[in-house]
Structure formats: structure tokens, C-alpha cells
Design a binder for this molecule. Structure first.
Ligand code: BEZ
Length: 235
């Protein structure tokens, strides 16, 4: 049988593993430094590569949109600090891509030449690469708890609108004690917790509450986009 080293991966609902590191914006003490903010910790395989460049330009262009929902961004690769600095400078000075130009990456990019952080977060996945991090995404809430984990392979660029949607959906679920259905976007109906009894469901289906029940286990209600954003932006 193939020799596979057991690894322990972070899990949803657990505290984000702590680390200290050097970044393009100075030292970082993660996740303590981000207490009170949501944060997306994400990895990319290598500096000076095309998919990663398209991702950084896109993510950096959306930084203020994430800031509006109290979410900060932190990148990581196993490259060194000087490589990071040179790559980000090249992006700013030379790359024009899909209408994005002079893009300044202001969020921290962690240097992780020892791979200590990457290993802690399960970002090194040998089936994909022993020497590069996969494209990992950890959405971490204001209490430092991991709320969503997504791993993408090296060749697959991420959809950053989807990451934004995930942050808004998680914050909406917290604020309104609801769940969000498939493909939910702010303004769409949300799912209310399942009724504990048939009586409650019947009441709901009779229209005594502002809900629509497809069956006893599947009820939705309206939630205005304005109410979503005015509530989550206050938090
Ligand atoms: C890229 O970002 O283009 C890339 C990086 C590593 C492997 C494959 C693609």
C-alpha cells in the first residue's frame, strides 16, 4: 500500500489554527489580530504565475466590497517575501487585465517558505503538489471560528463573487437565524428553521405567518436585500 502521511486538517466550527508570520504588510498574529472582523485566509500556488495573477487582481479590486461587510483578506504562498513584493509591484506597474489596471494589493501576503502555516491549514496536498499550496479558502468569523473551507486545484481559478456571497450568506444566517437555499443571493427568500410539529407547520401553511411552505419540512420567508445589508453592515 502507498505510504501516506496522516495529516490533521482544520474543520468547520473549530477555532482557526494560530500562527505568527511575516507578510508584505508586516508581522501577523493570526487569528487574534483579526478578532472582531471576519477574515478570508487564502493560499495560492506561486507568485509570478498567470492564474494567481488574475486572482490577486480580482480579489484586490474587491477588497473594499469585502471591507463593507467587515471582512478582511489575507493571502499566503510558500514563496519568500522578496518574491511577493516583486510580484505585487509587477502587477501594479505592468499588468492590465479585464479592465483592471494599476491594481495595488493592500492586504497582507504571508511568506511561508517553511510551509509551516500551509501544512497547518492542509494547503499542501501531495496528490496535487508537494512544493506548492493548493488554492485554499478559509472563511473565519469575528470570533476566530472557521465557517467555510474550500479547496481548489492548481489549474482552477476561484470565483470571488461566490466567496463574497458566502460571507454575506453566513452573516445573514447568523443575524436572522435562517438558512440560505441553493444559489441564494441577497434579496431572495430565505429558509426558516423546520417546524417542530405538524401543528406549527399547518399554521404556517394556513398563512398565519409570512411564510411559504412547500411542505412541512421546507418553509421560506422574504428577507429584503436592504434589511440584510443594513443589519450585517452594523455588526
Ligand atoms: C497559475 O497560477 O497559473 C498556476 C500556478 C501553479 C500551477 C498551475 C498554474
Amino acid at each position: 500500500m502507498e505510504n501516506v502521511t496522516p495529516v490533521s486538517l482544520p474543520r468547520i466550527g473549530e477555532k482557526a489554527p494560530a500562527f505568527k508570520a511575516v507578510t508584505t504588510q508586516g508581522d501577523i498574529n493570526f487569528p487574534d489580530q483579526y478578532a472582531g472582523s471576519w477574515v478570508i485566509l487564502f493560499s495560492h500556488p506561486a507568485d509570478f504565475t498567470p492564474v494567481c495573477t488574475s486572482e490577486f487582481m480580482t480579489f484586490a479590486s474587491m477588497e473594499s466590497k469585502f471591507a463593507e461587510v467587515n471582512c478582511k483578506l489575507v493571502g499566503l504562498s510558500v514563496d519568500g517575501l522578496y518574491s511577493h513584493i516583486a510580484w505585487l509591484r509587477t502587477i501594479k506597474e505592468k499588468i492590465e487585465y479585464r479592465g483592471m489596471k494599476s491594481v495595488e494589493v493592500k492586504f497582507p501576503l504571508i511568506e511561508d517558505i517553511t510551509m509551516d502555516v500551509a501544512k497547518k491549514y492542509g494547503m499542501i496536498q501531495p496528490g496535487e503538489s508537494n512544493t506548492k499550496a493548493v488554492r485554499a479558502v478559509f472563511i473565519i468569523d469575528a470570533k476566530g471560528i472557521i465557517r467555510t473551507i474550500i479547496y481548489y486545484p492548481l489549474s482552477l481559478g476561484r470565483n470571488f463573487e461566490e466567496l463574497y456571497r458566502a460571507v454575506v450568506a453566513l452573516q445573514t444566517a447568523d443575524a436572522f437565524s435562517i438558512a440560505t437555499p441553493a444559489d441564494w443571493q441577497p434579496g431572495d427568500d430565505v429558509i426558516v428553521p423546520t417546524a417542530g410539529s405538524c401543528g406549527v407547520a399547518k399554521e404556517r401553511m394556513d398563512g398565519k405567518e409570512e411564510m411559504h411552505c412547500y411542505d412541512w419540512f421546507f418553509c421560506t420567508k422574504k428577507l429584503d436585500k436592504e434589511k440584510v445589508f443594513s443589519t450585517i453592515k452594523k455588526k
